[in-house]
Design a binder for this molecule. Structure first.
Ligand SMILES: [Zn+2]
Length: 315
């Protein structure tokens, strides 16, 4: 039995947003959000106001990741507080508008939950992105989603890292949640990826409805993959890529990689092996959008987080 002393009482999650088009060529989220803007019946829940929203309409129109700069890196304190000027990059202006509509970031007026829908070209399946290991509302929600979609798999990527964490669109909310589903090429809509994303959003909204109704969620554990290290492609002195992701690593997101195992293949067939310490779990392997970010994949390490019992606080 859970004693009431160990339960965290949290405010209800009344205002929820679902973002699509933070990257304008990731078609599942864009298509779902546009569908829900036309008819939002399937995302309505008792006691929850759910707002579907296209975050980067100009990039969506051009079917490109962004117009001037990556919107999903633009929500820094510096950008959000920059004086509005005509010559600011489009995505910085857009970040300021989104912060006014759904934030301000870090304030009591901010939206309770933002789901940000993304697609990846990597073979990652369904991945929930968790920004903080101490956000017990999100830990419980992710646990609920994992149980609900079992035996299908939904992994949790924890991006809490002093250098590798970045300022996402969803970070405006009190409880930010990224959903990354792949593999799906940019500009392409695949029915299996679309339906997988739709199902995760359904379970997430069900969780919020149950929480707002006053259900207590018991303590539980959540297996996560914590971002560890960013790995770039091997390059020559001019910065040109001189090797490809090794065939033994390609499409093996979330599978164990041990020191001495191959990660890159040179054009003459020579292998380059992993030289880190201990077993890691690579992900975002060969993601198309990350060539510009000098990233071939990230390594993660497995961890189990303990989620406290949570219940809605009395009004
Ligand atoms: Zn994206």
């Amino acid at each position: 039995m859970t004693s009431s002393a160990s339960v965290s009482f949290l405010n209800e999650a009344r205002r929820v947003a679902i973002f699509g088009g933070t990257h304008g060529n990731e078609m599942s989220g864009i298509t779902l959000v546009n569908m829900w803007i036309k008819n939002g019946d399937e995302i309505q829940r008792n006691g929850v106001e759910t707002k579907p929203f296209i975050t980067n309409p100009r990039a969506v129109e051009k079917c490109t990741r962004y117009v001037d700069t990556d919107l999903n890196r633009a929500f820094t304190t510096e950008n959000l507080s920059a004086p509005s000027k005509e010559d600011l990059p489009y995505e910085v202006k857009r970040a300021q508008q989104i912060n006014l509509l759904f934030g301000p970031k870090g304030s009591p007026n901010a939206y309770d939950v933002i789901f940000d829908l993304h697609n990846t070209t990597s073979n990652m399946g369904c991945t929930l992105i968790l920004e903080s290991s101490s956000d017990h509302f999100n830990l419980q929600m992710m646990h609920y989603i994992k149980e609900a979609i079992a035996p299908d798999c939904c992994r949790v990527l924890l991006t809490e890292h002093p250098l590798l964490k970045y300022s996402t669109s969803r970070s405006v909310a009190k409880h930010p949640i990224g959903l990354e589903v792949g593999p799906q090429p940019h500009g392409v809509l695949r029915s299996n990826i679309f339906e997988a994303m739709r199902l995760v959003v359904k379970h997430a909204l069900d969780f919020i409805e149950l929480f707002n109704q006053g259900l207590e969620f018991r303590p539980c554990t959540l297996d996560v993959f914590r971002v560890s290290e960013k790995m770039d492609y091997p390059r020559d002195t001019n910065g040109n890529i001189i090797a490809m992701v090794h065939p033994h690593l390609q499409d093996c997101d979330w599978e164990p990689l041990n020191p001495g195992e191959p990660i890159f293949q040179m054009f003459d067939g020579t292998s380059i092996c992993y030289e880190g310490v201990g077993t890691v779990y690579p992900t975002f392997i060969n993601e198309a959008a990350y060539y510009e970010k000098q990233q071939a994949f990230v390594t993660t390490r497995r961890e189990t987080l303990a989620a406290r019992a949570i219940k809605k606080a009395h009004d």
